[in-house]
Design a protein around this ligand. Structure first.
Ligand SMILES: Cc1cc2nc3c(=O)[nH]c(=O)nc-3n(C[C@H](O)[C@H](O)[C@H](O)COP(=O)(O)OP(=O)(O)OC[C@H]3O[C@@H](n4cnc5c(N)ncnc54)[C@H](O)[C@@H]3O)c2cc1C
Length: 517
C-alpha cells in the first residue's frame, strides 16, 4: 500500500517549494518529493572554476534535440531547484504581458487571468522572498498594493555613473528588484555580504532568497511536512477511470517506492513536468496523462537572451552588479512597432567564468588578458520574449528520455534590442566596438542547453482543447492533479520568470488550502 498524504508535491523549486510553504500552516500532511539532494555548502560554491568550467552542480542528464543529437542541459537537481543558482532578479510581468501582444513573428497570446488577478500574489511573493526594490521608478510596471519590503539595493559607484548617464540621455533606469538578504542600513548584522558570487552561483552563506532558504528549510521542522530527497518521480498511476491519480511512483536509492495523495502537484520544472506526464501514459491516457488536448510538452519557451561584456577604459570595481534595469524598449517605440524586451545587469565577469563560457575562444588567451578584460567590463543581460509555438515541444522516447524541438522566434526584435544597447553604451562611455558577446547560461548560441528560463509546456487556460490546466492550475482531465511550475505560462514576457512562478504557487496554494480545508 502506498503511504498516504493529504498533498504530495513533486519538486522543491520556485513553484513546488513555495507551494509547500503556502500549505504548511494548514496542518495537512504534506510530502515533498525531490529528485536531488541539498546542495552542499562548500568553498566551491563561490569558485567560478567548479561552477562555470567543470559544471560541478549541473545535472548529468542527457537530453536530445530534434535531430536526436545529445546535449547536457544546464539544469540543477537540488533542493530549491534552479533558484539555487539563479540571479534572484525578481521581476513582475508587465500588465500588457497578460494580454495579447503583436510581435514581429506572431502573437503572444493573452492569459486567462489578468495582471489585477496576479497583483496581490506578486505583492505576497515580494514580501515572502524579501525583495529589494523601489516600486514607482520603472514607468512600465503595473500598479502595486505594497511597496517592496526592503529598499532598493544601492548602485556601486561605476553603476551609479552609468545610471546617471542613462537618465541624462533620456532613458529611464531603475533599481532592479533583487532577492538577497542584505541589510544596507545595518551591514554588520546583514546576512548577505554583498559579494560577486550570486548570479549563477549557489550562496554559501544562504543569503540569497532562493526556494530552499525562503520556502523549504523554514517548514522542515513541522510535524506535518516530510521531505524525501533523492526521490525521482518516474510516473503517476491513475484509477481505471483515469480521473484520479492514485499512486506517485518514485525511484529512490535504486528502489521503487509509491506514495499517494488526495492532491498531487507536479512542479518538476517545465521540461521534467512534461516528461512525467508523458511517461505516465496508460489505457485511459494513451498519449500521456492530462494530454487529451495533445498540448503537454508543446509551447516550450526559454527567452531570447544574451550577455554582453562592454569594455571601457575606466575600470569597473563593482562587486554586486545586478542593481540596474532599463525597460525603455519593453513596449513598441516610435521607431519600431514591436516590443524588444528588457535590459538588466548580470553578475560581474571574471576570467574563469569567461573560460567556462567560451572555452574555444579563450583557450589561447593568457590569464592576465582575461583578468584585465573582466576588470574593465560592465556586464549586461538582454531578454526578448520568445513565442509559444506548438512545434517547440518536449517529447519523450521509448526509454523516457527528454527530446526538445525548438526554433527561435523574434530574433529581429532581439537584434534591435542589442542595437539599442549599443547606443546606450556609446552614450555611457563604452563604445560599441568594445563590446564582447558572451555565452552565459541562456545565450542563443547554446540554445537548448541553456534551459534556465524554461516554461510553457502545460499552459493554463479556460479551453480544454487548447490548454492542459484550468485557471487553478488543475489539469482539465484529472480531479486531483495540479502542475505548479513555469509550465503553466501561456507566454513568457521578457522579464525573468521566477517571481511569476512564486506568485502563482501562492495563488494556487490558497485554492488548494481552501479545497482541502
Ligand atoms: C543560472 C540561473 C540563473 C537564473 N536567474 C534568474 C533570475 O535572476 N530571475 C528569475 O526570475 N529567474 C532566474 N532563473 C530561472 C528560475 O530559477 C526558474 O524560472 C525557476 O526556478 C523555475 O521554477 P520551477 O518551479 O518551474 O522549476 P525549478 O525551480 O527548477 O524546480 C524544479 C524542481 O523539481 C525537481 N525535479 C525535477 N524532476 C523531478 C522528478 N522527476 N522527481 C522529483 N523532483 C524532480 C528539481 O530537482 C527541482 O528541484 C535562473 C535560472 C538559472 C539556472
Amino acid at each position: 500500500m502506498a503511504e498516504h498524504y493529504d498533498v504530495v508535491i513533486v519538486g522543491t523549486g520556485a513553484g513546488g517549494g513555495t507551494l509547500a510553504h503556502a500549505l504548511a500552516g494548514s496542518g495537512k500532511r504534506i510530502l515533498l518529493l525531490e529528485r536531488g539532494d541539498f546542495l552542499p555548502r562548500e568553498m566551491d560554491n563561490w569558485d567560478p572554476k567548479p561552477v562555470f568550467v567543470t559544471g560541478k552542480y549541473i545535472s548529468k542528464d542527457t537530453w536530445f534535440d530534434k535531430d536526436g543529437k545529445a546535449f547536457q542541459p544546464q539544469i540543477h537537481y537540488v533542493v530549491g531547484g534552479a533558484t539555487k543558482m539563479y540571479g534572484a532578479a525578481l521581476y513582475r510581468l508587465r500588465p500588457a504581458d497578460f494580454g495579447e501582444i503583436k510581435h514581429v513573428d506572431g502573437i503572444s497570446p493573452a492569459w486567462p487571468l489578468g495582471y489585477d488577478d496576479f497583483e496581490p500574489w506578486y505583492s505576497a511573493a515580494e514580501q515572502l522572498y524579501q525583495v529589494h526594490g523601489q516600486h514607482g521608478e520603472d514607468p512600465t510596471e503595473g500598479h502595486w498594493s505594497q511597496q517592496y519590503p526592503w529598499p532598493a539595493v544601492s548602485h556601486e559607484p561605476r553603476l551609479q555613473q552609468v545610471a546617471d548617464g542613462l537618465a541624462k540621455g533620456g532613458w529611464h533606469p531603475f533599481h532592479a528588484p533583487c532577492g538577497i538578504l542584505l541589510d544596507e542600513a545595518d551591514r554588520p548584522r546583514s546576512k548577505c555580504i554583498r559579494c560577486a558570487w550570486c548570479d549563477g552561483y549557489p550562496c554559501l552563506v544562504h543569503a540569497k532568497s532562493d526556494a530552499e532558504v525562503i520556502a523549504v528549510r523554514p517548514i522542515l521542522g513541522r510535524p506535518n511536512v516530510t521531505l524525501l530527497t533523492g526521490a525521482e518521480v518516474t510516473r503517476l498511476q491513475t484509477d481505471d477511470s483515469g480521473q484520479t491519480v492514485t499512486e506517485v511512483v518514485v525511484s529512490r536509492g535504486g528502489q521503487r517506492e509509491a506514495y499517494a495523495g488526495d492532491i498531487v502537484v507536479i512542479s518538476a520544472g517545465a521540461a521534467n513536468s512534461a516528461k512525467i506526464l508523458l511517461n505516465s501514459a496508460s489505457d485511459a491516457h494513451p498519449h500521456g496523462l492530462a494530454n487529451g488536448s495533445d498540448q503537454v510538452g508543446r509551447n516550450y519557451m526559454f527567452h531570447n537572451s544574451r550577455t554582453i561584456a562592454a569594455l571601457s577604459t575606466e575600470p569597473n570595481d563593482t562587486v554586486y552588479q545586478k542593481t540596474l534595469g532599463i525597460n525603455d524598449f519593453y513596449h513598441p517605440t516610435k521607431d519600431y512597432p514591436y516590443p524588444m524586451g528588457n535590459i538588466q545587469m548580470v553578475g560581474k565577469s571574471n576570467a574563469e567564468a569567461m573560460r567556462g563560457e567560451k572555452p574555444d575562444l579563450t583557450w589561447f588567451a593568457p590569464q592576465w588578458s582575461l583578468t584585465d578584460v573582466a576588470k574593465h567590463s560592465v556586464d549586461w543581460w538582454l531578454t526578448t520574449e520568445d513565442l509559444p509555438m506548438p512545434g517547440n515541444r518536449v517529447t519523450t522516447d521509448h526509454d523516457g528520455n527528454i527530446h526538445v524541438a525548438y526554433s527561435p522566434t523574434n530574433l529581429d526584435e532581439h537584434h534591435r534590442l542589442y542595437e539599442e544597447l549599443k547606443k546606450i553604451l556609446n552614450h555611457t562611455g563604452m563604445p560599441a566596438h568594445h563590446v564582447l558577446r558572451k555565452n552565459f547560461y541562456a545565450d542563443m548560441n547554446i540554445e537548448l542547453a541553456g534551459c534556465a528560463h524554461q516554461a510553457g509546456t502545460c499552459r493554463f487556460g479556460t479551453d480544454p482543447a487548447t490548454s492542459v490546466l484550468d485557471t487553478n492550475c488543475k489539469t482539465h482531465q484529472l480531479d486531483n492533479l495540479y502542475v505548479v511550475d513555469t509550465s503553466f505560462f501561456p507566454s513568457i514576457g521578457a522579464v525573468n520568470p521566477a517571481l511569476t512562478a512564486i506568485a502563482n504557487a501562492l495563488r494556487v496554494g490558497q485554492h488548494i488550502a481552501d479545497r482541502i480545508a
